[in-house]
Design a protein around this ligand. Structure first.
Ligand SMILES: CC(C)=CCC/C(C)=C/CC/C(C)=C/COP(=O)(O)OP(=O)(O)O
Length: 333
């Protein structure tokens, strides 16, 4: 850290022409060759914040008080991109320690540990899932309040079909209740609900409810909840391959047209403008991806929480976001 800061000062301090009373917030700033600091305004800012492209600030939104570290050759293009993506909420809706310009747009969660939570309390497994729904509601509220655009939750994997029948039925009724309940509130609160996964395997009544809620909330734009049900990353890749193979067979595309962007278009996450989670949280201390969003998580930052999902609350989420904001995202560069 000390080494990094020394490097920052020696490399970059001379680039800033700030009056002596100004404060500079320094995040862990690595040396980035061929990048330079640029002020986004002509006025001397009262205080300055260094925002680092592709690192601690995945969606760096410049304001009059900020400076950006940008690649020299991408400078103009980058500025436009950042402004277009700027979130509209102000910093003061965030708890201290979180920076608006560095918030993840898409958070994904593996809500693990519901059954262990119930067993630890000598409760039936179903109580663990019910407690899990409460945690999910809290998380949705926090995402809306803090300006996160998309939340994807792994609610039921393709492997979960092999759980005891009574447990599967309980979960299905919980989803049904959740979708019915969510339908009313999401319309009021401008929330879009989407489901990814093989919904044809679900009970007919639930499948119809899902189609209905997706349709009636599709124009809601403040926040999108994506529920992964009967889903796995491999399932998603297989169904995308099948769709692409069909297009080749029907002569709609050529084999050579198949590329990353074409695959992205046929993955189930084509339901959102932000298909790649910035942050994945898994609860309960397990350190695995467990066949979740395999393609989409390629450059996602991972956070593993010790709390069981029903215990995961505001303090845990804050810790995950603070950890995310300390990361330097390099995307392999
Ligand atoms: C309406 C709606 C979307 C509701 C979501 C309900 C919910 C919390 C589902 C989680 C299901 C699940 C299989 C979690 C994995 O942990 P586990 O339960 O297998 O826990 P364990 O690792 O302790 O066995």
């Amino acid at each position: 850290m000390v080494e990094t800061l020394t490097m920052v000062f020696s490399l970059r301090f001379s680039s800033l022409s700030l009056p002596p009373h100004n404060t500079i917030t320094l995040y862990t700033l690595p040396h980035v060759p061929n990048h330079r600091l640029r002020s986004t305004s002509n006025v001397s800012p009262p205080s300055s914040t260094l925002l680092i492209k592709h690192s601690l600030c995945p969606c760096a939104a410049p304001t009059q008080q900020q400076h950006l570290l940008v690649p020299e050759e991408e400078e103009e293009e980058e500025e436009l991109k950042c402004i277009n993506e700027a979130p509209s909420l102000e910093n003061d809706s965030l708890p201290p320690g979180l920076r608006r310009e560095c918030m993840p747009r898409h958070v994904a969660v593996i809500m693990d540990g519901n059954r262990r939570w119930a067993r630890l309390r000598d409760l039936p497994v179903g109580s663990g899932y019910e407690a899990g729904v409460k945690s999910l509601k809290t998380l949705i509220e926090l995402c809306c309040k803090w300006g996160i655009r998309v939340l994807t939750v792994f609610a039921f994997s393709t492997d979960n079909w092999f759980r005891p029948k009574v447990e599967v039925e309980f979960l299905m009724s919980l989803f049904e209740g959740g979708v019915k309940d969510g339908m009313g509130s999401s319309l009021r609160e401008n929330i879009r609900i989407s489901v990814i996964g093989d919904i044809s395997k679900l009970p007919k009544s639930l499948e119809e409810l899902i189609i209905n809620v997706e349709e009636s909330t599709k124009n809601n734009s403040q926040f999108q909840l994506i529920v992964a049900v009967s889903y796995s990353g491999r399932y998603d890749l297989v169904q995308a391959c099948q769709r692409i193979a069909m297009k080749v067979k029907d002569g709609i595309i050529e084999l050579n047209d198949v590329n990353e962007s074409l695959i992205e278009q046929d993955l189930e996450t084509n339901c959102t403008d932000f298909p790649y989670p910035d942050l994945l949280i898994r609860t309960s201390g397990e350190l695995r991806i467990s066949n979740f969003m395999l393609w989409q998580l390629a450059y996602t930052e991972l956070f593993f929480a010790q709390s069981l999902w029903p215990d995961f609350g505001e303090a845990d989420f804050l810790e995950a976001l603070q950890s995310f904001q300390r990361r330097w995202r390099r995307y392999g560069e």
